[in-house]
Design a protein around this ligand. Structure first.
Ligand SMILES: Nc1ncnc2c1ncn2[C@@H]1O[C@H](COP(=O)(O)OP(=O)(O)OP(=O)(O)O)[C@@H](O)[C@H]1O
Ligand SMILES: [Mg+2]
Length: 215
């Protein structure tokens, strides 16, 4: 469970995050949406503990996994990338790679992957580790529809196994619809929060309304 009270983040005089009260329950998969600059990364970084807030309180589990917005590759092949720092058998890494349809690339250098492949590898690297709170910043922004669906499925399975809370940010409505809850930020404030279908089909925010522009 994550509890946020009176959370404020400012850059100089500009408030980029202002969340009076927000709670995420255990077992929840929450999607975080909103326009560029609305504060998604700022919120995830503060929850992950890599950025400090200017005020407020956060109660969160201590076992947190955080995947930043830019996926990265370590030296070595895909299996080595997944197993770095964990004592798990290579077969487990391979199973994750199979799930993400990357098994054929298992022995390739991670630095040679495409953007969408690298994001799926980053997800494998996270999902082999246990946690109580999984934070994913636009984990499928470079993925095609199939890659996004595979990622969504893997996240759901992981959440069930771990019983953890998951919060991911995304711009993609199809990915947001795989969550159990959709929150929309506007200028650092919570502008909508509810079942993904409702947030998208009864739009209260510019972010949700913008999809009707696409026809
Ligand atoms: N180090 C910084 N110094 C000044 N302003 C910053 C800094 N980091 C972020 N900001 C500002 O804070 C606001 C929120 O940024 P954030 O990265 O959280 O947005 P976001 O919702 O993740 O956007 P995107 O969809 O583009 O990833 C933006 O207006 C950004 O310019
Ligand atoms: Mg961001």
């Amino acid at each position: 469970m994550v509890e946020i009270r009176q959370l404020v983040k400012k850059y100089r005089e500009r408030t980029v995050l202002d969340l009076p009260e927000l709670t995420f329950e255990d077992g929840e998969i929450a999607a975080l949406a909103g326009a560029n600059g609305s504060g998604k990364t700022t919120l995830l970084r503060i929850l992950a503990g890599v950025l400090s807030a200017d005020g407020g309180e956060i109660r969160a589990p201590s076992q947190i996994l955080y995947c930043p917005q830019n996926a990265y590759a370590f030296r070595g092949d895909l299996v080595e990338n997944i197993l770095l720092g964990v004592k798990e058998p290579p077969a487990r890494a391979l199973r994750l790679l199979e799930k993400m349809e990357l098994a054929a690339l298992a022995k390739k250098k991670a630095s040679s992957l495409s953007g969408g492949e690298l994001q799926r590898l980053a997800l494998c690297r996270a999902l082999i580790r246990p946690c109580r709170l999984l934070l994913l910043d636009e984990p499928t922004s470079a993925c095609d529809a199939r890659g996004t669906a595979l990622a969504a499925q893997a996240i759901k399975e992981y959440q069930k196994e771990q019983g953890c809370t998951v919060i991911f940010s995304t711009h993609a409505p199809a990915f947001a619809l795989t969550a159990s809850r959709l929150l929309v930020l506007e200028d650092g404030r919570l502008a909508d929060d509810g079942p993904p279908e409702t947030v998208l089909n009864e739009p209260k925010t510019d972010w949700a309304r913008s999809f009707s522009l696409l026809g």
